[in-house]
Design a protein around this ligand. Sequence first.
Ligand code: KG4
Ligand code: ZN
Length: 354
Amino acid sequence: MNRRHLLAIESSCDETASAVIRDDGKILSSIVASQDQLHAEFGGVVPEIASRAHVTRIVPVLSSALDAAGISRTDLAAVAVTSEPGLVGSLLVGLTAAKTLAMCLDIPLVTVNHIEAHVYACGLDEQGPIFPCVGFVVSGGHTSLYDCVSAVDFRLIGGTTDDAAGEAFDKVARILGLPYPGGPSVAAAAESGNPRAFDMPRPMLKNPGLDFSFSGLKTAVLYAARGVPGPEQLSETPVDRVPDLAASFQAAVVDVLVQKARRALKQTRHRRLCVGGGVAANRHLRDQLTAMAQQENIELRIAPLKYCTDNAAMAAIAWEYLRAGRTADLDADVLPGLVRRRSPHATSASPGSS
Ligand code: KG4
Ligand code: ZN
């Protein structure tokens, strides 16, 4: 018996994932069972389908993670699980599995905030310390800026008042008739497009503060693609306009994300920016962030591609919680919404943004 290992579980949205992480931070295995195919025909995640798929996949995924790491259940020091935020049914599957293991093996249960874990992904695979920093999560469900003091002290300083950046990519893909998930397909279409072909708005850039709004931009793409509502409106976007629309939309989203990140660095005075979440896989965003980091002379850390989209390895943050004595009770519940713990020096506080 060698109790040096953490078993991590992630099921907050549509990936069933598990990882084994050793106490020195080494990731021994990371298994992700994607549900993309199940949701593709609907153009977005269907919560009921997601939770049912988690139920059938969770045990095989957990077994695969242990097998791939070459350890047994008796080698586990603790079990970590995403408990917030996410889809309630999806979160409950992971939490129930984690509680069962913690109880049967008599080991501690640690609950993890999924968004904070996305930031922590920037330090995985021995990339070096990440705190203190500005943490920036751009995913399908969240566009969140944090003042990250330490692994156990994240202060939310900005969020979206409506759609998340990835959600906007997914919705624009649907408008343009591109396949799900929308981020990679819009990015691929944008490769051959002209980012200046359409004059897209840069929402919230003129507003002070660090909040975002992407639903107006999505509507601007809809009108540019099909015309404003009326008798002349098209039902489908002409194929030859798709690359230019994709490129113009992507340029607008990336512009807003990069300028707000720059603002967050100035506000917090941190010299390091850590970016995670599915949209952090976007090449144009990575290029523009790199250029901004050079101009501002700050350290840029972007999560490795394999840890940008949802995975359980990033729940390695649970080792830091354990060291700080932050374990959960077996009656812990899921928290589907993002709890806003605003920094004392946040400049904007729009209720309901997440
Ligand atoms: O972090 P993630 O796996 O799930 C959430 O926690 O939401 O992010 C998924 C999101 C989807 O909206 C997907 O379209 C977007 O990330 N995404 C991208 C790219 N790859 C994934 N968005 C833009 N460009 C990409 N290359
Ligand atoms: Zn995520």
